[in-house]
Design a binder for this molecule. Structure first.
Ligand code: MN
Length: 210
């Protein structure tokens, strides 16, 4: 089936990335899980894109097998991992796949530091404002643990990584313009520690508070 603008290329794999797939220096990554508690709700899907309009989906089975190629990518310090709300994905991925080595970039943190004219920092809002594309969130709370994913689920999952590179570029320009890039970088750098605190029971404790 030929790819077209409205139907992005989606490649589905099981258990791990295929051998020899090069996703470049900046990889957009998202996850789908059984819920919002990483300790309770298992990882079901990892989506990745190099920003070329192709989404790579890795289905993680209930009896999860090792994913050495995915783990190697997450641990590779020469690859920037690009997320929207990295705090969740980094926690889930480090818990189920393996430790994440920076650099990390989070478009939600970047948006909060750059787009101070709004309190709307969801992915759909960023995609709409940056690219004038409207994302459907209809499959957000669907059953990602299902053995086979529907077409709608795969399209929804793919959309969560296809636009992050363009959003990052715009937010970085805004952060530089407003003089907040250093703060953003420091926050990105802190993310693995923030996630370790979350996983170790400090999720709701503000350790900076009095
Ligand atoms: Mn998602």
């Amino acid at each position: 089936m030929p790819a077209s603008k409205s139907a992005p290329d989606i490649h589905l794999y099981h258990d791990d990335l295929p051998d020899g797939l090069d996703l470049g220096d900046v990889v957009a990554i998202d996850t789908e899980t059984m819920g919002l508690n990483p300790l309770r709700d298992r990882l079901c899907l990892v989506q990745l894109s190099s920003g070329d309009g192709i989404a790579h989906l890795v289905k993680i089975a209930k009896d999860q097998k090792p994913a050495p190629r995915l783990a190697a990518l997450l641990a590779d310090p020469s690859v920037e991992k690009l997320f929207h709300f990295a705090r969740f994905d980094v926690s889930v991925l480090s818990y189920y796949i393996g430790a994440i080595h920076g650099p990390i970039y989070c478009t939600k943190i970047a948006s909060k530091l750059a787009r101070t004219y709004t309190d709307r920092h969801g992915l759909a809002e960023l995609v709409s404002e940056t690219l004038q594309i409207s994302l459907s969130k209809a499959q957000q709370s669907s059953d990602w643990g299902n053995d086979s994913l529907s077409e709608d689920q795969m399209r929804y999952a793919a959309a969560d990584v296809l636009y992050l590179h363009q959003i990052k570029d715009r937010l970085t320009r805004m952060l530089e313009r407003e003089g907040r890039m250093a703060e953003a970088q420091a926050c990105f750098h802190f993310l693995p520690i923030r996630c370790a605190l979350d996983l170790n029971g400090f999720g709701h404790t503000d350790i900076f508070a009095h």
